[in-house]
Design a binder for this molecule. Structure first.
Ligand code: PXL
Length: 275
């Protein structure tokens, strides 16, 4: 398996175990060269901390992209997460459309909402902008909340397979080719991931840990990207990322002081072995 160069675009939350501080080590552990484009710098993530600082790096992006183009730099994969502004989404779309090698895989984690609600800095204009990224992505990795905001469908906590099928069909109308929908559970104590590829639906059900943890969406998307670029199929990568994320939560759940993220570092040996 050759050595892959991945660009990931998301924020630096200086403290909080999410976004780049999670993506970089996970992608490195999978054996990939990782390049970063920070979307914003925050003192902490925005879930559970108050008074966080926020520096939007939108205006730095065009010059960074222009320099890379001048240097002839191109990527085997581009993976985007939490972005800094609505305006930035346009720059990120241009990067997705032009900075990949011919065979590049483009992976978009919408990373703007969970549990039925938008994250604090985002609004409907941001959701509208994110819709424009869908046709540029080969693989979209939303949770159910993000899928509902993007598709306009009603958010439900309890649902059946038909609801999920409708959600996937509505999302695919936005131009999403392949969708990895996370946090899909049809019975208590279970959750899982649905992979939608060319109209085909596959489901991987796994244990649901009652304790919800911050940053697990980023852990999931990073492990998925790492495993996929190692040559796993989309469904295999979706399963590996799910098992790794569960392990990260298991290694964190008994420590009440560790409420802001997961101890993903302690589970890296598993990912290195399996991916
Ligand atoms: O994990 C998603 C995420 C990433 N970055 C920042 C966040 C969050 C979720 O709240 O606040 C800054």
């Amino acid at each position: 398996m050759d050595y892959k160069r991945i660009l990931t675009i998301q924020d630096i939350s200086c403290v909080g175990q999410c976004s780049l501080t999670v993506a970089l080590p996970i992608l490195s552990a999978c054996g990939h060269e990782t390049c970063v484009l920070p979307s914003a710098v925050l003192s902490t993530h925005t879930a559970g901390f108050s008074g966080f600082t926020f520096r939007d790096l939108t205006d730095d992006m065009p010059a960074i992209q222009a320099h890379w183009q001048k240097e002839g730099i191109a990527f085997d994969a581009i993976y985007t997460g939490y972005l800094g502004s609505t305006k930035q989404v346009g720059f990120v779309k241009s990067i997705l459309d032009t900075m990949g090698k011919e065979t590049a895989v483009k992976i978009v984690d919408p990373a703007f909402a969970d549990n039925g609600k938008l994250y604090p800095i985002f609004d409907n204009a941001y959701v509208e902008a994110m819709k424009t990224l869908c046709p540029s992505a080969d693989i979209l990795i939303p949770n159910i909340t993000e899928a509902c905001f993007l598709s306009g469908m009603e958010y439900k906590e309890v649902y059946d397979e038909n609801y999920i099928k409708e959600l996937l069909a509505a999302l695919s109308k936005l131009g999403c080719k392949t969708i990895v929908l996370t946090g899909v559970g049809y019975r208590s104590e279970k959750t899982g991931v649905v992979v939608y590829e060319n109209g085909k639906i596959e489901y991987y059900e796994h244990k649901r840990i009652a304790k919800g943890c911050h940053g697990t969406g980023d852990v999931y998307a990073s492990a998925f990207t790492g495993a996929l670029l190692k040559g796993k199929t989309i469904f295999e990568a979706a399963k590996i990322a799910a098992d790794y994320t569960v392990l990260c939560i298991e290694k964190t759940q008994d420590d009440p002081k560790h409420w802001y993220g997961v101890k993903f570092e302690t589970a890296l040996p598993y990912l290195i072995e399996i991916a």
